[in-house]
Design a protein around this ligand. Structure first.
Ligand code: PEP
Ligand code: MN
Length: 272
């Protein structure tokens, strides 16, 4: 396995347009699709801020089996209806190899979460399912106890099964620090970009677990040469059924774009 190639890659991109050269992609939306009304309100704010990609989980990997597990297939239907009506591209997590085809029918971008980064059956199933699709892609989160090499090898499971359009997502790792939910590892973003051609984005929401750190960490991600962000936002954050403490208020997304653009410009990128 030869992971190490030569030097920093610039202008990385995906062939399905998820990541384009000289741009900084922002994906926003609620942790979970809770209802039609909740998702449409949150997604309209994403659209209103000028972003093109909306996130929302239908199958949720909750730490406790007693926590809300997501709406499942009903959540996928809401996701595809609302994203289709608003002209947004949807990102949603797939937990089970058996659900890959179903999820692909409703969303172009499949997320493989931190808790499943080393679920090799899922990685292979997603890789072969999206092989040859001009539309579909994958966001592969880094496991919170995974090394950069393990993360890149997980991505190789997807690409070697035929799936291109893989985007890596750093979402924080577990350390001794307790003031944040996880610790955002920005060095991993830089290291990963030196070792692979795959685009790398950052999820500051799960890393911090606190909404007050999301914008500062987003700025730092731009400076760390990330290709984009995935942030959680909700039209009523305090009411969110999942990850309420880290959700940006939906109306903060316009400000996020305006705050990031000067930093992105300094890196030769446009926030999209
Ligand atoms: C999520 O994006 O809602 C999520 C569960 O993320 P992670 O897998 O990084 O914890
Ligand atoms: Mn979440």
């Amino acid at each position: 396995m030869d992971l190490i190639q030569s030097g920093v890659k610039t202008n990385v991109k995906t062939s399905n347009g998820m990541i384009r050269p000289n741009t900084f992609r922002v994906i926003a939306g609620p942790c979970t699709v809770e209802s039609y009304d909740q998702f449409v309100a949150s997604a309209k704010a994403v659209k209103g801020a000028g972003f093109e990609y909306v996130r929302g989980g239908a199958f949720k990997p909750r730490t406790s089996p007693y926590s809300f597990q997501g709406l499942g297939e009903e959540g996928l239907r809401i996701l595809s209806e609302v994203s289709g009506d608003l002209g947004l591209r949807a990102v949603t997590e797939v937990l089970d190899p058996q659900d890959v085809e179903l999820v692909m029918e409703h969303a172009p971008i499949l997320q493989i979460g931190a808790r499943n980064m080393a679920n090799f059956a899922l990685l292979k199933a997603v890789g072969s399912a999206i092989a040859g699709s001009a539309e579909h892609g994958v966001i592969l989160k880094r496991g919170f106890a995974a090394t950069v090499e393990e993360w890149l090898l997980a991505a190789e499971y997807v690409t070697s099964a035929g799936g291109d359009n893989v985007v890596l997502c750093e979402r924080g790792i577990r350390t001794f620090e307790t003031s944040t939910r996880f610790t955002l590892d920005l060095s991993a973003v830089i290291v990963a970009k030196r070792l692979t051609d795959l685009p790398v984005i950052v999820d500051p929401s799960h890393a911090a677990g606190r909404r007050d750190l999301v914008v500062p960490l987003s700025k730092a991600s731009v400076a760390a040469e990330a290709d984009g962000l995935m942030v959680e936002s909700h039209h009523e954050p305090q009411e969110a059924l999942c990850d309420a403490e880290q959700a940006l208020p939906a109306e903060a997304l316009v400000g996020l774009r305006e705050t990031l653009q000067p930093f992105a410009s300094a890196m030769g990128r446009e926030v999209v």
